[in-house]
Design a protein around this ligand. Structure first.
Ligand code: FES
Length: 166
């Protein structure tokens, strides 16, 4: 898991690293994408607090930063778990029942799409087409692609990642 809330030291370390990133790119608005990339690598997502810091330090309005963050699908404002489960709700997957798969994950993990389990192990999201329609319905767990998934497979997939531990 990339985000850590276990102690204030880690939070302070991250804040310091955030300021270093901003410092490196300060002076030009065209560097905003680079800053956001590095911030996402640092936290695993782009927290609102970090957006505020970028806004103040780089003198860029929050609305502009938020606009960029939400425009590019590679940026996320939600914390990700150690294992991020992305269920495709694109047309091909949807007609083959991916919504029921997403519902099953929500039920099993006790979280909604866009949320992270309390232990930080899993996060869940609904995505648009990921370009593997031939395998519909499709989901990804981090970089692993699962095709022709059924609702019955959901428990198995979760158990498999639980066993992998840290
Ligand atoms: S619609 Fe799901 S991979 Fe294309």
């Amino acid at each position: 898991m990339s985000e850590c809330n276990c102690c204030s030291n880690h939070k302070n370390d991250k804040k310091e690293m955030l300021l270093k990133i901003v410092e490196k790119y300060k002076g030009s608005r065209s560097n905003l994408i680079n800053v956001l990339h590095e911030v996402q690598e640092l936290y695993g997502y782009i927290p609102l607090e970090a957006q505020k810091t970028i806004s103040e330090e780089m003198d860029i309005p929050m609305a502009e930063i938020y606009g960029v963050v939400t425009f590019y699908s590679r940026f996320t404002t939600e914390p990700k778990g150690q294992y991020n489960i992305a269920v495709c709700l694109g047309t091909a997957c949807y007609v083959k029942g991916s919504e029921a798969i997403l519902e099953r994950f929500k039920e099993k993990l006790g979280i909604d799409a866009g949320e992270c389990t309390e232990d930080g192990k899993f996060s869940l999201e609904a995505t648009r087409c990921i370009g593997a329609c031939g395998l519909a319905p499709v989901l990804m767990v981090n970089e692993d692609v699962y095709g022709k998934v059924t609702v019955d497979k959901v428990d198995e997939i979760i158990d498999d990642y639980k066993k992998r531990g840290q």
